[in-house]
Design a protein around this ligand. Sequence first.
Ligand code: GLC
Length: 603
Amino acid sequence: MQEQVAVLLARMTLDQKIGQMTQPERMHVTPDEVKRYHIGSVLSGGGSCPGDNRPADWVAMNDAYWAASMEEDGDHLAIPILYGVDAIHGNANVLGATIFPHNIGLGAMRDPDLVERIGVVTAREVRAAGVDWTFAPTLAVAHDPRWGRTYESFSEDPELVAAYAGRMVKGLQDSGVAACAKHWVGDGGTRAGVDQGDTVVDEEELRRVHTAPYTAALEAGVLTVMVSLSSWNGEKCHGHRYLIQDVLKGEMGFRGFVVSDWNGIDPLADDYTEAAVMAVNAGIDMFMVPETWQAFIAGLRERVEWGHVPIERIDDAVARILRVKFLCGLFERPRPWGRRGSNGSSFGSREHREVAREAVRKSLVLLKNDAGVLPLDKGARILVTGPAAHDRGRQCGGFTVEWQGVGGNGAIEGGTSVWEGIRAVAPEAVLWGEGGDGTAVGELPDTHDFDATVVVVGERPYAEGLGDIREPGPVRPGTNHLPAGPGALQPYGNTLELAALHPEALRLIRGLAAQGIPVVTVLISGRPLVVSAELDASRAFVSAWLPGSEGAGVADVLFGDHDFVGRLPMAWPGEMPGGGEGTEGGRGGVLFPRGYGLSATRK
Ligand code: GLC
């Protein structure tokens, strides 16, 4: 392997080397340009989908990029392209995919074996699209639910994150898809949970909490690591030579390649090329430069010629990239159209969905069950309602078909809403109100004909900084997919109180409870929320997190086919955590500790 890398590297020109280090986004690069600029990788940002967004469209796109990358001639060497996507809870960009619970729900399962099986199924559905690399697993150890990416974290407990890290990597990579441990490092520890903010901890805590899970990922042979857009004690991770070169590559012995995050080099310096030089010299090997990739190539070439970037650093980066491509078997793989896994019939299959449904069942956490209201009787007359009762998009959350996720049922093909799962097992169940935030406010059904009501409420989908809870103000303009400047989009809200974020939920729960009917509340959310009022008005309360496409898993447990086994992967606050970005933060009162969760059938 080393010999193959050395021989190929020795044949490469500087342009070909820098091309391998460059990763444009698919909307900004053509197959011809992939060949002309010797591009090593292309990505899809969240929701960036070709054609009709079917596996065949993805295979066709990947086949075109692959063919261009392999067209050897006097100027271009045949080095297969590596295509990357955010398949972080199934290959959820693609219509009809099996969509798993987001990581916080997997953390509640406490089931590393199932996490590995999820990796295997995810890899099959990634390869069905002709893709070879996913930017997963996220190894963030999230502490503050105000962070918009809390749901991408398995747990606030680094040991649980570590227990999952190696298994997800193994499930993915043993099934032929390169994994990516992200985001290096401390992304989940920023002050007040501000996305891309500052993690202010001493080195002992950084290592004990945030770098620890990477050890397990490296032991499992993870092939790539993505750098965090956040900072450590005021210094951007993307320019942090100590963390990348010395700790990750030196001390921890990481042998794969390090990829930057979306426009992650931009904030390092006012001059773009200066920023690129800083990031290359810090030890990053591949650059996610979605739109500015031509400037990146030109600037880096110039600075290498000026001696600002040692050629040894370039050679190290390219050698790592080539090594990963050899380890992935990319050089031996046929073109995407010709691969066995492409357009695989298991994509979105019942077998795959059963794995996801098992994960949903095991992820549910029962926070309250007065007088044994749960499990419900399948023959009972159940009134099902609430804005998230029949909304498969909402139950999937962000990074689903669109970067910010989708509402409604149209875009989530296959799978079941919570209502559809209940209807399938309880013939007397009735859906009231067609869901969506417009659920009839004020008017309430007359519930005297019913035995119980299931009210499904919670958050709308969001991703990254748009899910942050903090004072209004542009979400880090100019980074990621967001428009720069005053038009930049806003955070989700300024409080974790569900009654303030979505008052329709409490109105519904209280209105129904006032009629004397037992209320079972199911919360769809990417994180713990302050729900004290909703809890008080409910007889039973279930945290369902973001269960994904197989909402029927909720009914499996509500009606007792399976017991509740989920346990909180992070503490549940009784009040808003203290402080804002400028303060030490600190935790509001804890209502339920990490590890809490009731069962419904064991008396
Ligand atoms: C995003 C995220 C990262 C993702 C990348 C590509 O900004 O920070 O997790 O993998 O861009 O979509």
